[in-house]
Design a protein around this ligand. Structure first.
Ligand SMILES: [Zn+2]
Ligand SMILES: [Zn+2]
Length: 132
């Protein structure tokens, strides 16, 4: 798959952010020779693609792009290339694609009323002790 649904403006911004460098061979090439390659979803994997848009593509020079399809490079190795991006780059790319990671949701441990009751009974126990 060569098409990555993005605007020309976004595509240029991605190329700028990644320093006009191919993420596979690390060569710096002219913008028109860089291709946004969409990482093919893994069949059977749930979810097939990461919700994080910056994990769904690679910026490649034309020859690496041809190779990645011709070999083809296994999906996990393509994802390894994505993981080489620095935290700053990842953050900037997420902002570029308007992606806000979900805040961490703590698992439901206890009923708030139960916690309140527990605090209350502990305090009354302290009061009882203080008084006695
Ligand atoms: Zn491609
Ligand atoms: Zn390359």
């Amino acid at each position: 798959m060569t098409l990555f649904r993005t605007t020309g403006k976004r595509e240029r911004a991605v190329k700028t952010l990644l320093g006009g460098t191919c993420e596979w061979c690390d060569r710096q090439v002219a913008f028109p020779d860089l291709v946004l390659h969409r990482i093919v979803p893994v069949p059977g994997r749930i979810p097939p693609e990461s919700p994080d848009p910056q994990k769904r593509f690679l910026l490649l020079c034309r020859s690496c792009h041809q190779d990645i399809h011709r070999i083809p490079l296994p999906n996990h190795l393509q994802r390894d290339l994505v993981r080489r991006r620095s935290p700053e780059i990842r953050k900037a790319l997420r902002i570029l694609f308007d992606y806000i990671p979900e805040p961490y949701q703590p698992p439901d441990t206890a009923d708030p009323a139960e916690i309140y009751e527990e605090c209350f009974s502990l305090r009354s126990l302290d009061l009882f002790r203080a008084g006695g």
